[in-house]
Write a protein that binds this ligand. Sequence first.
Ligand code: ZN
Length: 88
Amino acid sequence: MITSAPARCPHLPRCPAATAPGRGAARTVAAHPEQGWSLLCNGVVVFDDTGELLPGGRALPPRRVGWIPFRPADGPGEARRSTFAQAS
Ligand SMILES: [Zn+2]
């Protein structure tokens, strides 16, 4: 039987859809660790580097693990405000 519907999750409760933020939590239906990718039941292909390929063909770049926009809490906003006030 051929269906034109995209990959459909057979699990209950349903796994996150391919467009959902938590799509990576869907179950793996085909794993190819030797090639570095896995197919999730929602049709998303997940790569070892955390990159993703969505069912529509849209590719998402890898998430930079450990890369967090870090702003040191070195001073209160007071200093920044006063600097801004002087500049303007
Ligand atoms: Zn599922």
